[in-house]
Design a binder for this molecule. Structure first.
Ligand SMILES: Nc1ncnc2c1ncn2[C@@H]1O[C@H](COP(=O)(O)OP(=O)(O)OP(=O)(O)O)[C@@H](O)[C@H]1O
Length: 604
């Protein structure tokens, strides 16, 4: 992210705000001189109306300029933070899945929300403050030198020492503040981790353990926060001591000189007023410097997050290929996750027609999900080509690819909102007729009709209020509304009740007449019904065919089919790993791990 380009975009507001601040400072600097004139006029018994009117006008101008300066700089800061957050969210939403998955969500949240706010202060008010406070400091020193350079030397000596101490403190504040940001971020990440798995935490009776871990993280943040406060608390007194010492010296020495007549009373009064004026901009200068340093650390963190690897959205929209093109085609595809030795998918080739149901089966870790990742281009193959409707997915713009390929995940995440809002998420403009048609095709209509508010029923976070099977059918209906050419379905592994299972099976069959349904099958019913079955093992396509054909020819398939048909009432094992020793030559339909296929199933 180009932060300086963002700041440049708002340079007009920043420049006008800073100029007004400088004008306000000039008005402040003139006040003691005019008050000196007033004292002189009173002493000489001259008319005082002019100096009083001038002083009043200067006060009013000062107030107006300060308020406008504050407003304009604040507004520029908000504009800058908006630009930073918009750029960041855009980059996060377009990040590559594999890069995003490496990020800690709590940290992403802290960088996007809190660090951008700190960067805003550094880029707007701190810079403006440094300019105006620097100007005031230089202005004060110039006028004081003009009034009495010897007393200025005393003042600079005392305040200079105090400033050196304050500068060292400001540096220490910055270091402590950076640690505090990291500690706060760690607490945020810890909290999100626990809240994201609250059910598991409760089921594992880990509440007390997690509470203690979070308390430790919060305590670390408290510790570094207290350190920031302790150091900041010493900043002001350090300057105060410097001011008090220089004030005492200036008053004592100044009064002695007024008595001898070598210094006028009005010059001494003006000098003392400038001395007071000098302290607050000096403190402001150090504070602004500290904030700017903190902001720089925050900007670095924001920049780091913005550098997250982006999806390559390139490619040109090709003409829709002729209907004869395969819906999905893998041509000798090999892919391995970075940092792993064995490829997750190795030399896989297959071709699927425009319609029908294809089931992918295989033991856990066989590479089933990876096939989906390659089709959706969440990952790019190391070798070989993946084609959708005849076009290499690498050449398709991502938007076009994902319009053609719909994905229904195993957990089928739903958003808080109504059933209708969830259904039309990918097609907000869908008509009532289209919604009804999709709902019926997904065999979800009877569920909607039974809901108290129908399509307008509110669902909780993650679609609470619907069963796992109902959630998946809703997600299928949602995918259908986008009229995909390919539907990728990661079947729910949860133990669906028989009604839900029958409905899901019917939905898959219906959808298979409209497009190609590629389903990671966790239940034998889908496999039995599928037009074709791909058997994966260790990333390789081991066999392909129909249920009956594979039952006759493939040992692994026979073993998987046998294991997946658990005895009635038992939890079906969704993705069993082959047992040591049984390997590819398992005992198949006769396995003792599950019941035998029914004759009807086996015959299909
Ligand atoms: N993000 C990842 N980083 C590294 N390795 C991964 C990653 N995701 C999967 N793998 C590895 O790739 C291989 C294939 O995984 P994949 O998830 O495709 O298998 P699967 O057949 O879908 O398994 P399951 O049915 O258990 O979900 C496995 O060995 C797995 O450990």
């Amino acid at each position: 992210m180009n932060i300086s380009a963002i700041v440049r975009r708002h340079r007009l507001l920043l420049a006008v705000g800073t100029l007004l601040g400088l004008a306000g400072t000039a008005a402040t600097l003139l006040q003691p001189l005019l008050i000196g004139d007033l004292i002189e006029a009173v002493a000489l018994d001259e008319p005082v109306t002019r100096p009083i009117v001038l002083i009043a006008a200067l006060f009013a101008a000062d107030a107006l300029l300060a308020a406008t300066h504050f407003y304009l700089i604040g507004r520029a800061g908000e504009n800058i933070v908006l630009d930073m957050r918009t750029t960041l969210t855009g980059r996060l939403l377009h990040s590559r899945i594999r890069a995003f998955n490496r990020l800690e969500h709590g940290d992403v949240f802290t960088r996007t929300v809190a660090d951008t706010a700190i960067a805003r202060i550094a880029l707007s008010s701190s810079v403006a403050q440094m300019i105006t406070a620097g100007f005031t400091t230089v202005g004060c020193i110039a006028v004081m030198a003009w009034l009495d350079w010897r007393m200025l030397l005393v003042t600079v000596g005392c305040l200079g020492t105090a400033s050196a101490v304050a500068l060292a403190l400001a540096r220490a504040v910055r270091r402590a503040a950076v640690t505090n940001r990291e500690d706060t971020s760690a607490y945020g990440s810890g909290l999100l981790r626990v809240l994201g798995a609250l059910t598991t935490v409760k089921a594992s009776r880990a509440e007390a353990r997690e509470a203690e871990r979070l308390r430790e993280l919060a305590d670390a943040a408290r510790g570094s926060g207290v350190r920031v406060t302790r150091l900041s608390a010493m900043l002001m007194p350090a300057m105060n001591v410097g001011t008090q010492v220089s004030l005492a010296v200036v008053i004592a020495w100044g009064m002695a000189r007024t008595a001898t007549g070598s210094l006028s009373l009005e010059d001494l009064t003006a000098f003392i007023m400038y001395l007071f004026y000098l302290v607050s901009p000096l403190v402001m200068l150090f504070m602004a410097l500290g904030e700017f340093q903190q902001g720089r650390a925050a900007i670095d963190r924001v920049r780091e997050l913005a550098a997250v690897e982006q999806e390559d959205t390139g490619g040109s929209v090709p003409d829709r290929p002729a209907g004869s093109a395969a819906a999905v085609e893998f041509d000798d595809v090999t892919f391995g996750y970075p940092g792993t030795s064995a490829p997750a998918v190795a030399g896989v080739s297959f071709s699927l027609p425009a319609t029908g149901v294809t089931a992918i089966v295989g033991p856990s870790g066989a590479g089933k999900t990876t096939l989906f990742q390659l089709i959706e281009r969440f990952q790019d193959p190391d070798r070989g080509t993946v084609r959708v409707l005849g076009t290499d997915v690498a050449a398709l713009p991502l938007d076009e690819l994902r319009a053609r390929v719909a994905l229904v995940e195993q957990e089928a995440p739903l958003m808080r909102g109504t059933v209708r809002e969830n259904l039309t998420y990918a097609r907000p403009d869908a008509t009532a007729g289209e919604i009804r048609e999709a709902v019926e095709a997904a065999h979800f209509a009877e569920v909607v009709d039974a809901l108290p508010g129908g399509l307008d029923t509110e669902l909780g976070e993650n679609g609470i209020g619907l069963s796992g099977g109902q959630r998946q059918r809703l997600a299928i209906a949602r995918a259908l509304l986008a009229r995909p050419d390919v539907l990728l379905l990661d079947e729910a592994t949860s133990n669906l009740d028989s009604d839900s299972e029958t409905a899901l099976r019917a939905a898959i069959t219906t959808v298979g007449t409209r497009c190609q349904v590629l389903t990671i099958a966790h239940r034998i019913s889908t496999v039995v019904d599928a037009d074709r079955i791909l058997v994966l093992e260790d990333g390789r396509l081991r066999a392909a065919g129909t249920h009956a054909g594979l039952m006759a020819s493939d040992d692994t398939y026979r073993r998987l089919a046998g294991q997946q048909l658990a005895p009635t009432g038992a939890e079906p094992k969704a993705e069993p790993r082959p047992k040591a020793g049984t390997g590819a030559t398992g005992t198949g339909a006769e396995t003792d791990a599950g019941r035998r296929l029914t004759p009807a199933e086996a015959a299909r």
